[in-house]
Design a protein around this ligand. Sequence first.
Ligand code: NAD
Length: 469
Amino acid sequence: MLGSRPLRVACIGAGYVGGPTMAVIASKTSPDAVQIQVLDISEERIAAWNSDRLPLYEPGLTELVFGSRGRNLHFSTAIEDGIKWADLIFVAVNTPTKECGIGAGSAADLTYVELAARQIAAAADTPKIVVEKSTVPIRTAEALGAILEACGRTSFEILSNPEFLAEGTAVRDLCEPDRVLIGGNLETDSGRRAVETLTELYAHWVPRERILATNVWSSELSKLVANAFLAQRVSSINSISALCELSGAEIDEVARAVGLDARIGPHFLKCSVGFGGSCFQKDILNLVYLCESFGLNTVADYWRSVIAINDWQKQRFTARILHGLYNTATNKKIAILGFAFKKDTGDTRESAAIDVCGNLLQECAKLSIYDPKVPAEQIWTDLTRRCRRTRDELAHYVTLAESAEEAAMNSHAIVILTEWDEFRTLDYAKVYKGMCRPAFLFDGRSICDMKALSQIGFVCYAIGSPVDS
Ligand code: NAD
């Protein structure tokens, strides 16, 4: 509440972060206390948010949106009006890795953040709290502040409030966050008031002891560091998976034994074909760029190696598939199970599947791809971009299947690239009957029971398990 009326919250960016975050805030507050406008330049995305078919898949999200939409949650492309109306504006736009100019390949592209700031500066005529939700390099708030203040009509308080949700568990992560981080100018009264306003918004459902206030720069950097640490654990266990395959140790046994040490803990120690998603690689690259700008080249090299291991893991897995298939995949049908970068999302950004499929297509394999949630159009977009081939050119080599069984029919090999639960419980004995002989299974997520599959007749390879040949 702001005096006698609800707090007016706008969010610029209705993507994987903006949409779910606002839906959770709406579900945790009453219309008398908080009203929310989610704004985006994409008419298609806003139309989808206003339809029966949301633009992204996230467990539990549909129910939340349907429960609040039209009540205290509104989706719109009327950005200027939304900005004028709001007291507090989240900026949750994309911050991809820069593709051109100085910093290309590692620095964050802040074009969208700057555009959002300019939109706010052009429309705002009453004081606003502007909240950086996007993941940004340290001191982005400074640039944001300069753009906003230049409008000269009103005042702004800038906060950093990075998002720690993970796709696939976004609703749960938002409802029960480990912590909420708010960076603000704690030296001034207006800065402290802004921090308190945002704290009160979260305090509708987050215990206050989990809401952490820091200075803006610590908050901005903490997000990059958190993602870098998570990715580093994945690369650490993946690096050991290669050693396991050669030495007779089992990666899952090693991970369990190591993770039981309370100082280390069990999370993010699952070996795989490699991490993906829109954030890990880009945020590490961002960190690398920051380190290099400050002349910390050894630190930059350290973090760059996390990505190098990830790239190597994808190459290593593809090489293993080829080796298993007697060093030729030409015209062999390979069933690809999973295309999303992880289970419970339809997101394919930086998915390991794109690289592994691209490598196999380079070897002239014929792929039959099945993913329960990734839209067909997205798979075609990813593969045409990765292979630099038109859809027509690829159509001879790629088909999309409606089920795992259909993908595997008449194939030489199954390759598991996403850990969807349905691939754990697939009736592999039935699937085996429809496959060529020998029937191979390459498990890039280490989710299948290799002994049971071997008994069925599969020739198996699980990443991180000892390899015989
Ligand atoms: P996204 O690409 O899904 O969504 C961004 C949205 O912003 C798009 O719909 C785009 O049309 C819109 N947009 C861009 N510029 C705009 C403008 N000027 N005005 C209005 N709309 C605009 O991105 P995302 O995955 O939601 O990520 C957003 C930010 O959050 C990024 O900085 C990302 O690093 C960070 N983040 C993402 C995740 C995740 O799991 N996806 C988790 C934590 C943090």
